[in-house]
Design a protein around this ligand. Structure first.
Ligand code: ADP
Ligand code: 5GP
Length: 189
């Protein structure tokens, strides 16, 4: 069955946002699954584009009514979830959807839609790369960076459960590999 859901999971800072944006530019027909989150909006983010920002109470209401395909408390008090309606729409239209999910969410999503999903773990060959990139990105406080790094050490242990491991040490190389993966699945820019 043709893959229509491309799920990207990675330790924070490995480059999944960068790679997803690269694909969205090259493939304008691809959609991006805008998640719901209870974390506060940051930096240049736009509500409804990067995430749908809602309160924890609203998020819990959505869980109750079965609004999410998957959801996770990615960081304490910060919930993230993928809305089901967009997924159903894409199954009907057979259009491609890119998803940026944490490692547990990525594996959970693959379990729900195994035939339509290609799960990609974006990794780096050393955790030192992550630390450097998170500092350079400048969106997180020092304590947030430390939380993300300790989570990363756990997340890499699940890499082998993904369909593909994409190493993003050198961006251009990772982008080319990604294009090959897409081509292998029948998609060309
Ligand atoms: P993630 O979404 O996985 O947390 P980002 O895509 O935000 O990661 O990337 C984290 C930072 O690292 C960003 O500042 C990005 O520009 C940078 N970056 C991404 N890929 C590379 C790479 N291969 N080499 C150097 N810096 C990179
Ligand atoms: P950030 O707060 O840095 O934007 O994202 C934190 C983490 O939450 C990232 O690893 C991102 O992939 C993940 N994430 C974003 N949306 C979802 C979602 O809908 N579900 C899950 N499980 N994780 C998500």
């Amino acid at each position: 069955m043709k893959k229509i859901f491309f799920v990207f999971s990675a330790p924070s800072g490995a480059g999944k946002t960068t790679l997803v944006r690269f694909l969205l530019e090259l493939f304008p027909s691809f959609g991006f699954s805008v998640s719901y989150t209870s974390r506060p909006i940051r930096g240049q983010e736009i509500d409804g584009v990067d995430y749908h920002f809602i309160s924890v109470d609203e998020f819990r209401e959505f869980i109750k009514i079965g609004f999410f395909v998957e959801w996770e408390e990615v960081y304490p008090g910060h919930l993230y979830g993928t809305p089901k309606d967009v997924i159903i729409e894409h199954i009907k239209s057979n259009g491609v959807l890119l998803l940026d999910l944490d490692v547990r969410g990525g594996l959970e999503f693959k379990k729900k839609y195994p035939d339509q999903t290609l799960s990609v773990f974006v990794g780096v060959s050393s955790l030192k790369f992550l630390e450097k990139r998170l500092r350079k990105r400048g969106t997180d406080t020092e304590s947030k960076i430390q939380t993300r790094l300790s989570k990363a050490a756990l997340e890499v242990q699940s890499a082998s459960e993904f369909d593909i491991i994409l190493i993003n040490d050198v961006l251009e190389k990772a982008q080319n590999e990604l294009l090959q993966i897409l081509e292998h699945n029948g998609y060309r820019p």
